[in-house]
Design a protein. Structure first.
Length: 94
């Protein structure tokens, strides 16, 4: 078995694990008792989606998907900063 077939096999086994994780994160986002739980679930979902895009980029041999993942990670980081600022002062702006 060559390395390409091995990587393809491993990736095909990890994709259902990612899908299960996404569903669990969505449940936590919808049912989270506090806003902090929901924000944490959104963060975990976003960063797992970044890893998933990189894995799909490897699987499909596409250089665009990992770059999209980097942009998504930056947006998730910006969301963290805005939510933390809002929860700290209860206002948006500056």
């Amino acid at each position: 078995m060559d390395i390409e077939a091995l990587v393809t096999t491993i990736i095909s086994y990890t994709i259902p694990i990612f899908v299960i994780a996404f569903v669990l994160y969505l449940i936590r986002i919808l049912k989270g008792p506090t806003i902090s739980d929901r924000v944490l679930a959104i963060d975990a979902l976003a960063f797992d989606l970044v890893v998933f895009l990189v894995v799909l980029g490897i699987y499909f041999k596409s250089p665009v998907l990992p770059i999209t993942g980097v942009v998504l990670a930056l947006w998730a980081y910006a969301l963290d900063i805005f939510v933390a600022k809002y929860l700290e002062r209860r206002e948006m702006g500056e």
